[in-house]
Design a protein around this ligand. Structure first.
Ligand code: TXA
Ligand code: MG
Length: 358
């Protein structure tokens, strides 16, 4: 199959530029489209056969449910059995935006979409192309991130192309994704709202609107990996992983610099070592050490954690393109967007290398 790529600027486009995409989707095909978080691999969420194709193309385990993307609150209400007051608050404050809410589903949502669960995850993306596409189709779009299962999520069309060229009929290219990390998944089916996956909307923002909000203990930081089963099925798989081995840089500034020096000084010349770090850290590194690295990817400034977080997946993908054997990746404080950043980075590292042995 040949994959057609169409470029649609986010700001200015005519709805008819999406006709081809909408026709393919209505025929049960799977296509890739942009959202503000990451690119999605979408199909008609109410068509079980179409959604089955998503799992096949992505190589996704069948027990990992898909997020259903809608373009209005009315669309969301049509596929849930309950719409609690918290859902209203979330929709008012954070939609369209990087927040997914989990609620009890109706029979309209095929079991394959919910991975056999009795609930459905719903989100209204803050991207004009995505919203127009859903409206044009007249049905919601089930869409996981448009990467082969286990690989870093795609934050630009090029990444989708790397994984799915020849496997889907159409890719809509609208440039880079602004948020660059996936949505926050919030479970509203229990007594208290629980974050199942940290993401673009922060714990602090949710608490300001909903009051008490918990983080699923299975993904909480103090929890040793593997001791609890996360409630979002997707959280238990190794994810976001580049080919190279990730070595996390933690501790204070001097600690981080010392580790970089130690590793570059002892590195095998056959092996390629990359550094993913904040510009402040790079500035502290002597030219000699920096010169021994095979790739330096600056995430951004400490003062702009959102921007830095939005570049994580791009950095991991570049390390793959340039065949890095080791990736020294700098940690971020686990507050605000840092919680989602560290969750992805730890998973990419296989949740074992929390720090470098001295
Ligand atoms: O930002 C995003 O959320 C992107 C864009 C495309 O919207 N999508 C995305 O989808 O990241 P995916 O499939 O890569 O991740 C969905 C996550 C998984 O961890 C999955 O287990 C969880 O949401 N999930 C989906 N439905 C669920 C449900 N009913 N209950 C609990 N977790 C659910
Ligand atoms: Mg994903």
């Amino acid at each position: 199959m040949e994959t057609k790529k169409i470029k649609i600027p986010t700001e200015e486009f005519e709805a008819n530029e999406l006709t081809e995409a909408a026709v393919l989707l209505s025929k049960g095909e799977v296509i890739a489209f942009p959202t503000e978080t990451v690119y999605g691999l979408g199909a008609n969420a109410l068509d079980a056969g179409a959604c089955e194709q998503i799992f096949k193309i992505k190589g996704r385990p069948a027990d990992n449910p898909l997020i259903v993307h809608i373009a209005s609150v009315e669309d969301a209400k049509k596929i849930v059995r309950e719409w609690p007051a918290e859902a209203d608050k979330c929709a008012r404050e954070f939609w369209p935006g990087p927040l997914t809410i989990v609620l009890p589903k109706t029979a309209a949502v095929p079991d394959i979409v919910s991975g056999g669960l009795d609930t459905v995850a719903i989100r209204m993306p803050a991207h004009r192309v995505a919203l127009e596409l859903i409206r044009f189709c007249g049905f919601p779009l089930a869409a996981p991130s448009a990467n082969i299962s286990g690989k870093p999520s795609p934050t630009e069309a090029k990444h989708v192309w790397q994984d799915f060229s020849g496997k889907i009929p159409l890719l809509i290219d609208a440039g880079k994704c602004a948020v660059g990390l996936e949505s926050t998944v919030l479970d509203l089916t229990g007594e208290r709202p629980v974050i199942l996956r940290p993401g673009g909307v922060t714990l602090e923002q949710l608490r300001a609107v909903l009051g008490e909000v918990e983080v699923d203990k299975a993904i909480a930081l103090e929890q040793p990996a593997g001791s609890l089963k996360p409630k979002a099925p997707g959280m238990k798989y190794r994810h976001y992983a580049p080919q190279g081995e990730i070595i996390l840089l933690s501790g204070d500034k001097q600690n981080r610099i010392d580790k970089i020096i130690k590793i570059t000084d002892n590195k095998d010349p056959q092996q390629k070592v990359a550094l993913l770090c904040m510009e402040e850290t790079l500035n502290q590194l002597a030219g000699k050490q920096a010169g021994q690295l095979d790739l330096v990817f600056i995430l951004g400034s400490q003062d702009k954690p959102d921007k830095a977080a939005s570049r994580l997946f791009e950095g991991l993908r570049i390390c793959d393109e340039q065949k890095m054997d080791f990736i020294l990746a700098e940690e971020m404080p686990e507050k605000g967007i840092g919680l989602a950043f560290m969750n992805r980075l730890r998973k990419a590292a296989g949740q074992k290398d929390y720090s470098v042995p001295d």
